[in-house]
Design a protein around this ligand. Structure first.
Ligand SMILES: [Zn+2]
Length: 115
């Protein structure tokens, strides 16, 4: 992946990116792990028929996108859609573990982890 100067996004831009993703019903249309890097394909809003490729950057622990908006704001709708997919995937793992009868986290344990 190309080196990217990471910008810390403002909350306003994060919220806007989430709103755009919801409004335009952006979805992950493809997913692959390339050289150990999790890459997502999310349709471009401005160029019909093309996709942007947000990916998980292990070093920064962030989802980075190749679109122009991300370069300026450090966040974009594509990165938010990929993040949502990652969270959904994690939730699937958690649900599967619950299905195996593993002990659920008690409120007391939750409190301990939060402190
Ligand atoms: Zn993007």
């Amino acid at each position: 992946m190309l080196p990217v100067t990471l910008i810390t996004p403002s909350w306003r831009d994060v919220r806007r990116a989430i709103e755009i993703a919801q409004r335009d019903e952006l979805r992950v249309v493809g997913q692959a792990t390339i050289n150990g890097v999790q890459v997502f394909a999310v349709p471009s809003r401005s160029h019909t028929g093309t996709v942007h490729l947000p990916y998980v950057d292990a070093a920064s622990q962030r989802v980075i996108c190749d679109c122009e908006g991300y370069q300026y704001r450090g966040v974009c709708a594509h990165a938010m859609v990929a993040t949502r997919a990652i969270i959904a995937e994690a939730q699937t793992v958690v649900d599967a573990m619950r299905g195996q009868g593993l002990p659920a986290v008690t409120p007391a344990e939750q409190h301990r982890e939060a402190v």
